[in-house]
Design a protein around this ligand. Sequence first.
Ligand SMILES: [Zn+2]
Length: 136
Amino acid sequence: MEKKIVKDILFLSQVSQLASQDDLYLARDLQDTLLANRETCVGLAANMIGVQKRVIIFNLGLVSVVMFNPVLLSFEGPYEAEEGCLSLVGVRSTKRYETIRVAYRDSKWQEQTMTLTGFPAQICQHELDHLEGRII
Ligand SMILES: [Zn+2]
């Protein structure tokens, strides 16, 4: 179900908690909300739809990937990026990495790892920051 986007900075500044299998329903809510905002949005963290759990979604080509409890394993190729955020006004500059490797659980609660490069890697890093309460 599509959810309203949270813009409360105090709420968004809090660190999200580990997700459990009880939170698997969030995959659908994140997908629906991303789809509803597809003109302006390429990724979401669960706290942006009001749930402070470690779940993110981002576009990877034509599909979207949902990650539960994602952990950044490695990163390389730093660069300065300009980013916007659905929860914030304007564009800010931030440091990102060209290639990252992430461990996570998928929506069947299976352990996975994924290597990302370029734009999907950038979106993923932006959403990982949201889980730590870091908003650019
Ligand atoms: Zn954001």
